[in-house]
Design a protein around this ligand. Structure first.
Ligand code: C2E
Ligand code: MG
Ligand code: MG
Ligand code: MG
Length: 292
């Protein structure tokens, strides 16, 4: 568009916008082949019982977090490519890959460890999610009770009835449901009453603000009380310090997740945590990646 204008009138902002659009289109194009090209991978972040002293036998499982390594741009954060995949509908194919990959991985762990997988609204609202989860469980041999699906409340706001029916059918398969990022959006308490959640994940902004303001401590305390009253376990996200961990342990928060315990990383990083031998650098065969 800018090109057709008289030379002198090309507006910097037009060009900027144009570039952004072209950039986006290119990124979208690349995302559509990312799975096929093996650019997508999963990182795993430990979730553990909230105890003052961290020990690896307090680990209850891991959350799978998607990673995209673009051949030229390098690391693209999920906060960039997940929304892009959502808009374009690619998320359905991508979500299926993520779920299968995560269940396959978890099926090889000790039987007491769980896997949490994030679901996006598009996955929730389109296609046969229940059928997909069912067939992936059968295919991978993962016991349903070891799979937890994380959803944000945004999913439920869109279509209450469909949401409720889906959650009930997923629960009937034996999988567990967690509400992610609780407290960050509308967080209507109605949802906690109406939907069969097994877990609430307190949004990390509350944990982050512990020690910076007194409200956060009060809110976290109230959320823990709420969860316990409703028989729903409470996880605090984004635990980065010993002080935060101690506060949460004192308040009888059930579980914690955050950099203080471990960052999201390739599963080999946690080899010993899942009872596997530490990968020996000498024995790791490097397969050269195809470029282009
Ligand atoms: P989330 O599900 O709430 O995941 C937690 C995010 O917090 C992750 O960011 C994790 O790396 C980060 N985090 C964990 N502990 C700490 C901490 O102690 N400090 C700080 N500052 N951050 C911490 P990540 O991996 O960038 O993912 C961002 C979001 O993207 C996720 O939020 C989730 O909503 C979405 N996402 C990631 N992977 C997937 C996926 O496979 N499918 C879908 N649908 N969404 C995904
Ligand atoms: Mg999550
Ligand atoms: Mg979260
Ligand atoms: Mg989040």
């Amino acid at each position: 568009r800018a090109k057709t204008k008289a030379r002198g009138s090309i507006n910097f902002f037009d060009m900027e916008l144009d570039q952004q659009l072209r950039d986006r289109r290119a990124l979208h194009q690349d995302l559509s082949t990312a799975i096929r090209n093996g650019e997508l991978s999963l990182h795993y972040q430990p979730q553990a019982r909230a105890r003052h002293k961290m020990k690896t036998d307090h680990v209850l499982g891991f959350e799978a977090l998607a990673r995209w390594t673009h051949p030229i741009r390098g690391f693209v954060p999920p906060s960039d490519f997940i929304p892009l995949a959502e808009e374009s509908g690619l998320i359905v194919e991508m979500g299926e890959w993520i779920l299968r990959q995560a269940c396959l991985e978890a099926a090889s762990w000790p039987k007491d460890l769980q896997i949490s997988v994030n679901l996006s609204p598009a996955q929730f609202m389109h296609g046969d999610l229940v059928g997909l989860v069912h067939s992936i469980l059968l295919e991978t041999g993962l016991a349903p009770g070891r799979l937890e699906l994380e959803i944000t409340e945004g999913v439920l706001i869109e279509d209450f009835d469909r949401g409720l029916s889906l959650l009930r059918r997923l629960k009937a398969l034996g999988v567990r449901i967690a509400m992610d990022d609780f407290g960050s959006g509308y967080s209507s308490l109605t949802y906690l009453q109406a939907f069969p959640f097994d877990k609430i994940k307190i949004d990390r902004t509350f944990v982050m603000n512990l020690g910076r303001n007194t409200q956060s401590a009060a809110i976290i305390r109230a959320m823990i009380g709420l969860g316990h009253g409703l028989n729903i376990s409470i996880v605090a996200e984004g635990v980065e310090t010993q002080e935060q961990l101690s506060f949460l342990a004192d308040e009888a928060c059930d579980q914690v997740q955050g950099y203080f315990l471990g960052k999201p990383a390739p599963i080999e990083t946690y080899a010993e945590w899942i009872g596997r031998a530490k990968p020996d650098a000498k024995n790791v065969v490097k397969i050269p990646r195809k470029v282009g």
